[in-house]
Write a protein that binds this ligand. Structure first.
Ligand code: TYD
Ligand code: MG
Length: 457
């Protein structure tokens, strides 16, 4: 009888969430999906032999001896929005995962970045497992740039991709997408968790050994049914999410993880007939669509990374004919909305139990910070009372359970942006307002509670 050693021991991995089980199960213990566990060798391809990741075995050195210039030789993509999101550019040996829903514009963005990188006649390699060479050429024509030093290959076999990369030795390599690559020594289908994970790990090894930046595209689906970038986040150095509402032309590039720069940065793009355009002043675009004063609309300065962006929040509060009135939020968290509605009922004494409430952040933006609380409450109140708010007023502040308005971060940057966009007045939390320097042509109205705020707006 063959003795079960750690090497020949079998394991079963869920193809949806990556959960590993020592025996086969009908339903995954991690995500509950049925029939998703597939047998995998414990050490795929026998490659994990304890050898170092890099080809160059290095001895430890004192940190002070490492040259700083060498560490910061970032490659600029030529797109300011992209460079800011990356923390200044691509880092040699760094692996960037560019993820997003199918059709959102990842390949378009990638091709534009790569074209930008060829400015110094650097050799750039673009490997696509999704599109043919003709399709890539057509897309490049549509984007208006056919750089000579951009090499393209339509290939999905991992070993062949590495061969091509070794032959061309590019300054930057991009692979579109991780779901199409297959490592021949792994039996499961391309796109399965084991393939995706192994391909990423090997590409990462390649990037580090050659010291070249690698950009990897990964699809995510709303249901997470395909093995997606979620199982790869811990492997790569930088994770960017490209998102946006497909019915809108705006696309946001968000840093979720960055080993070499800040996270929570966003880059704003607009999808046009000839590719993605950078939007250096997003506030202006979001506000330019504002109609005449209408009930239920308010402007809130939100911080996205290090950048303030003015967004418009709209609300509709209308009589409900349902037993359970609707509470629907787009762009903000539904639970936060439920909480704000409860605070409003209690501390502004307005009955909302028989109202449907809809809240929407205009332009497909998603707000994750609590600074929008006060704005959401005032927008709902304005819709409920059918009285438009002043168009020249912005508002920000977190709202606590007792109806108090609490300070948030970066009051000064938010106020500067409000003034820059030509608004005259801003309702702000009283705490923290004493330290602010007065701004010309901008009235600040500090408030302590939501009931105070409802009287001044
Ligand atoms: P694509 O980059 O192929 O998406 P992904 O790689 O994320 O799957 O983008 C596809 C969409 O972008 C498609 O609906 C067409 C649109 N598009 C434009 O609007 N303008 C353009 O110049 C290009 C190239 C694409
Ligand atoms: Mg694509």
């Amino acid at each position: 009888m063959v003795k079960e050693t750690a090497r020949n021991k079998k394991k079963y991995a869920c193809q949806t969430c990556g959960q590993v089980s020592p025996k086969w199960l009908g339903s995954c213990p991690g995500c509950g999906a049925w029939n998703t566990l597939v047998e995998e060798p414990a050490a795929p391809g026998g490659r994990r032999t304890g050898r170092p990741l890099s080809r160059h075995v290095q001895d430890p050195v004192p940190i002070s001896d490492i040259s700083a210039a060498q560490c910061d030789s970032r490659l600029q993509t030529g797109m300011d929005e992209m460079d800011r999101v990356l923390g200044g550019g691509l880092v040699p040996g760094g692996m960037v995962l560019l993820s997003g829903e199918p059709g959102i514009g990842k390949s378009t963005l990638l091709l534009q970045i790569l074209a930008g990188l060829t400015s110094d006649r650097r050799t750039i390699l673009y490997v696509s497992g999704e599109e043919s060479l003709n399709q890539i050429r057509l897309r490049a024509e549509r984007l208006g740039s056919i750089p000579e030093t951009l090499w393209v290959a339509a290939e999905s076999d991992f070993d062949r991709i590495v061969e091509i990369a070794e032959e061309k030795s590019p300054a930057v390599m991009a692979v579109d997408s991780v779901q199409t690559i297959s490592c021949s020594d792994i039996s499961s289908a391309p796109g399965s968790v084991s393939q995706v994970r192994e391909a990423t790990a090997r590409l990462m090894q390649f990037a580090k050994a050659r010291d070249i930046p690698v950009i990897l595209v990964g699809h995510v689906t709303k249901e997470g049914t395909i093995a997606g970038p979620r199982v790869l986040e811990h492997l790569v150095d930088t994770v960017l999410y490209f998102e946006g509402d497909r019915s809108h032309t705006f696309r946001l590039l968000r840093t979720v993880k960055n080993r070499y720069g800040p996270t929570h940065e966003i880059g704003v793009f607009e999808m046009s007939g000839t590719g993605l355009m950078e939007v250096p002043n997003p506030s202006e675009i979001f506000l330019s669509q504002r109609p005449e004063p209408v009930p239920g609309s308010i402007i809130v300065p939100c911080m996205e990374g290090t950048r303030p962006i003015l967004v418009e929040i709209q609300s509709l509060v209308s009589p409900s004919h349902l037993n359970m009135p609707r509470r629907t939020a787009t762009g903000i968290d539904n639970n936060r909305l439920a909480l704000l509605v409860a605070i409003m009922e209690r501390h502004l004494a307005v009955p909302l139990y028989d109202r449907d409430i809809f809240v929407n952040v205009v332009g497909g933006m998603k707000i994750t910070e609590t600074a929008a609380d006060l704005g959401i409450i005032l927008a709902m109140l304005s819709s409920l009372n059918d009285t438009p708010l002043d168009r020249g007023t912005a508002v920000f502040g977190e709202v606590g359970l007792t109806g108090e308005v609490r300070p948030v971060s970066r009051h000064d940057m938010r106020l500067n942006e409000v003034r820059r966009l030509g608004l005259r007045r801003c309702i702000i939390p009283v705490h923290g307002s004493e330290r602010l320097t007065a701004l010309e042509a901008l009235d600040t109205v500090p408030v302590k509670t939501i009931s105070e705020a409802s009287k001044v707006c």
